[in-house]
Design a protein around this ligand. Structure first.
Ligand code: AMP
Length: 216
């Protein structure tokens, strides 16, 4: 099963994608997480990505597609994968289609998560993530037991630099201009159901809707 989660910054792709993968035994492939890890490790990819990410722009297609191909190879030809944050442009989607065709597979489901702008702004301003294990919290809706510390591993929680209001504005424009057209790309693809899920519900309700979208 190959699932793509589409949706604007802050809609909950990361939180929900991780829960979905744990429940269904799928691999969560978040390109944002891959790039943040590469930055922490100081790899060439991390250095290439840094300036783009800090401005809220997309990393060039060639850079990210190469890393996703490697990751798919590591996971193996039969892996079930939930893509989060990839593809983000039509050329990325075409590259993914080709990579999957090479292993006789295709995108099985595209899930478009939606929420009102006010909800997205609140989610992003409250978002905190663990600097060590990556667990995501929200100071308004799902705070950690102890302020500023991860419930899972105790490490410090940080606010992503690219969650600053001016950068978020840019990320939202980039989403509208370059990523939203992917909905049409997949709607035109034969045999790839595109399902919309309302992301402005309680975490459990969004998750239930996602599972039903996957099993349709
Ligand atoms: P995310 O965690 O998905 O919001 O991604 C954070 C940042 O990483 C984005 O604003 C981009 O700068 C970069 N990024 C993540 N995924 C991609 C992608 N598929 N293509 C290009 N840039 C990406």
């Amino acid at each position: 099963m190959i699932v793509i989660l589409l949706g604007p910054p802050g809609v909950g792709k990361g939180t929900q994608g991780k829960i979905l993968c744990e429940a269904l035994g799928l691999s969560h492939l978040s390109t944002g997480d891959l790039l943040r890890a590469a930055r922490r490790e100081g790899t060439e990819l991390g250095q290439q990505a840094q300036a783009f990410m800090d401005r809220g722009e997309l990393v060039p297609d060639g850079v990210i597609v190469g890393r996703v191909r490697e990751k798919l190879e590591e996971l193996g030809p039969d892996a079930g994968v939930v893509f989060d944050g990839f593809p983000r442009t039509v050329p990325q989607a075409e590259a993914l289609d080709r990579a999957l065709l090479d292993i006789a597979r295709k995108v099985d489901r595209v899930i478009v998560m939606t929420a009102d702008d006010a909800v997205l702004v609140r989610r992003i301003s409250g978002r905190r993530s663990c600097s060590s294990c990556g667990t995501i919290y929200n100071v308004f809706t799902s705070p950690p037991a102890q302020e500023g510390a991860c419930d899972t591993c105790g490490s410090e929680l940080t606010h992503r630099k690219d969650d600053a209001p001016e950068t978020v504005q840019n990320r939202r424009e980039v989403y509208r201009e370059l990523t939203e057209p992917l909905v049409g790309h997949y709607e035109r693809a034969p045999g790839t159901p595109v399902v919309t899920v309302d992301g402005d519900q309680a975490v459990d309700d969004v998750q239930t809707a996602l599972r039903s979208a996957v099993s349709r």
